[in-house]
Design a protein around this ligand. Structure first.
Ligand SMILES: [Zn+2]
Length: 310
């Protein structure tokens, strides 16, 4: 696999469905197939070369490597999946479903669903935690006004409905991973449980700006450094800064406004997840980032769930 270094290599190497399946088996099972129904090992392969039958006498079910994965029941060729995963994880600024549809000869609807499943695939595992020194900040992601209907703009202007900005909380460990979380608002009571879950170790230095929500949260940690932006400070009294999280936010927002123009708060977390994945793996090469993503194909996201109203 080491010879695969670019999108061109991926397109050339994964032309055949059988090669893709073999690759997925290697990535998901490390060469040792596991029954997705009962978790038994040592199923045997049927004559079609891709279906396995569970050898447990209580189960005996058939499956392929796609069952229980993000690709289960897909109607698309796996070669397109792999190309999409490569593109989605490599492009720093993200890619719109319209562009992806043109690049890979898909309908826009397929490309849209495909991208959401890739975002689901690379989302941080629920046990991702940060420690040592953690910068925390929040930002507001707005849909661009020109993409809103005239009627909606009028209602917002009149204060009839609330502005539809989405609040995103961001945490970054020095020289480490970033976690972005969509939160309903930036009040202490909302942010505290989210921050406590991501930064469980109280022996951590927290660095924030002067926002009123942070002192009560920071008090629970070893040290809380405050950078007072309103007084044009860029460093706290002991020399700490929040430049890293602010930089990550500005990349995130440029990618959103430049590529997607408008995202709804319902899907904002998924965009944030793919961004966090790319950001947290920014020091490795594109091909390696693709292979890392391919180890995370477990799990599903159904179209019905994606389009359901919240
Ligand atoms: Zn089984």
């Amino acid at each position: 696999m080491e010879q695969l270094k670019s999108l061109q290599d991926i397109l050339t190497h994964f032309k055949e469905e059988s090669v893709c399946l073999e690759f997925l088996e290697q990535m998901r099972w490390n060469g040792k197939p596991v029954c997705p129904h009962c978790k038994a090992h040592r199923p045997y392969k049927l004559k079609d070369g891709k279906t396995y039958r569970c050898s447990s006498r209580f189960c005996r079910k058939d499956f392929t490597v796609l069952v229980g994965s993000i690709m289960e029941n897909t109607k698309l060729p796996l070669s397109k999946w792999l190309a999409c995963i490569y593109i989605a994880t490599a492009h720093k600024k993200g890619i719109s479903s319209c562009q992806l549809a043109r690049d890979l000869n898909l309908t826009q609807k397929s490309a849209w669903f495909l991208m959401h499943r890739v975002r689901e695939m690379v989302k941080p595992k629920s046990d991702t935690t940060l420690s040592d020194t953690v910068q925390i900040d929040e930002t507001y992601v707005k849909g661009k006004a020109k993409n809103r209907s005239k009627y909606k703009r009028k209602l917002i202007a009149e204060g009839v409905i609330k502005d539809d900005a989405t609040v995103v909380l961001g945490l970054v460990q020095s020289n480490g991973s970033v976690v972005l979380k969509v939160v309903p608002n930036a009040e202490t009571a909302t942010l505290k449980p989210v921050i406590n879950a991501i930064v469980p170790n109280s022996d951590t230095v927290i660095v924030t700006d002067g926002h009123v929500s942070y002192p009560a949260i920071g008090a629970e940690y070893k040290q809380h450094e405050v950078v007072n932006h309103s007084e044009y400070e860029y460093l706290s009294a002991s020399g700490f800064h929040t430049n890293t999280i602010e930089g990550a936010f500005s990349h995130f927002k440029r990618a959103i406004y430049g590529t997607y123009h408008f995202i709804t708060s319902k899907h904002c977390q998924r965009y944030a997840d793919l961004f966090s994945y790319r950001y947290s793996t920014r020091k490795i090469k594109d091909a390696q980032r693709f292979f890392e993503a391919m180890k995370q194909t477990e799990g599903r996201l159904k179209y019905k769930k994606l389009i359901e109203k919240l």
